[in-house]
Design a protein around this ligand. Structure first.
Ligand code: HEC
Length: 235
């Protein structure tokens, strides 16, 4: 009897804490990631270099490796994507010193090489679209999935001002629907790029996978008649 009561209590405690965790969680918007979409990855790279690399590094990534994966020549990479470095074989480091960053933002901006795997792409997509005006904050903004975030809304000129209502819904203040969907596409390209740098060899794996399947399919037509020939006399 004691055991059963204990078990029931345990069950209640477990399920209630579980539902608490679920309700405390913000609903994430889903984003479709497509690493074979080179144009999207190129646009994402451009946004990343322009808006993010001034504070965040991506130290596991080299410019020339990225160029090759995204279908760009070294010259193209140097001309349109390199602002923080001068050698195409360099990794994506950042000029800001950690000590200064700490002074300016209170926290050092983390390296973004594997952020897509740490946070997930849906989280990133929601986060970068989740800034809203908050007069209580020094930066003037807050974020729906990262409360009291120390990062300013660096893309505010692209998105415009956003207000949060009492139901936690976000509303663009002046933006028309085109601006909203353009901003969503821009963030999608950026998150696509972040997914790519988190796992750069995935592009090759996906490409290789097609050939492996084709090989297996063709091999079937060799293996099956062989099998038939071998077993002919056994039956
Ligand atoms: C002005 C400097 C600055 C720029 C530019 C900047 N960030 Fe940040 N970012 C920060 C700081 C500081 C933090 C740490 C915030 C905190 O922990 O409160 C941060 C945190 C983040 C995080 C959360 C990391 C975590 O803890 O999981 C992500 C994701 C991120 N930035 C992505 C971006 C992207 C993408 C861009 C380009 C669009 C960008 N950042 C541009 C300063 C910057």
């Amino acid at each position: 009897m004691k055991l059963i009561v204990g078990f029931l209590l345990y069950l209640i405690a477990f399920t209630s804490s579980y539902s608490y965790a679920a309700s405390g969680k913000m609903q994430l918007d889903t984003v479709d990631i497509d690493l074979s979409d080179k144009a999207s990855l190129q646009r994402g790279a451009k946004i990343f270099m322009n808006y993010c690399l001034s504070c965040h590094s991506a130290a596991y990534m080299r410019y020339n490796r990225m160029g090759k994966d995204l279908g760009l020549s070294d010259a193209q990479v140097e001309e349109s994507l390199m602002f923080a470095s001068d050698k195409v074989g360099d990794t994506m480091t950042v000029a800001m010193r950690p000590k200064d960053a700490k002074k300016w933002f209170g926290v050092v901006p983390p390296d973004l090489s594997v952020i897509s795997r740490a946070r997930g792409t849906d989280w990133l997509y929601t986060y970068l679209r989740g800034y809203y005006l908050d007069t209580q904050k020094i930066l003037g903004t807050n974020n729906v999935v990262f409360k009291d975030v120390g990062m300013p809304h660096v893309l505010w000129q692209e998105q415009g001002y956003v207000r949060k209502d009492s139901n936690n819904q976000l509303h663009a203040l002046a933006g028309d629907q085109t601006t909203v969907s353009e901003y969503n596409m821009m963030v999608r390209d950026l998150v696509n790029f972040l997914a790519y740098i988190g796992e750069p060899s995935k592009i090759q794996r996906l490409a290789l996978g097609k050939w492996v399947l084709l090989y297996l399919a063709l091999f079937f037509f060799v293996a099956y008649p062989l099998k038939k020939a071998f077993w002919e006399d056994v039956h």
